[in-house]
Design a binder for this molecule. Structure first.
Ligand SMILES: [Zn+2]
Length: 104
């Protein structure tokens, strides 16, 4: 597998942890099987510049995950999904709720 060039935003975020990816509707890490974004990915260091590149991508993923996971019998509620997918942002409860409402 060839790695994408570091010029696009998304690979810059994920590439140091190649394989720790997921997609809907299950949102479990391909590598470790944990709910994604998995602990390994979340433990990766970020800085302000990296977080700025992550916001649009993870906002899109959060919206998709809310649609996939909402209403599942044992699934997380939309606020928990927002906190999980936007872990790198310091959201208060009311801010997370506001984001969840916007992503419906
Ligand atoms: Zn993982």
């Amino acid at each position: 597998m060839t790695e994408p060039t570091p010029t696009s935003a998304y690979p810059r975020v994920v590439l140091p942890l190649t394989g720790h990816r997921a997609c809907g509707p299950a949102w479990r890490c391909d590598r470790c099987g944990e709910p994604w974004p998995c602990p390994t990915l979340r433990a990766a260091p970020t800085d302000a510049a990296r977080r700025a590149t992550m916001i649009p991508e993870f906002s899109r993923l959060t919206r998709q995950a809310v649609r996939d996971l909402r209403g599942r019998p044992d699934g997380p509620d939309p606020i928990a999904i927002v906190r999980r997918f936007l872990w790198f942002l310091p959201l208060t409860d009311s801010e997370a709720r506001a984001v969840a409402l916007r992503l419906r």
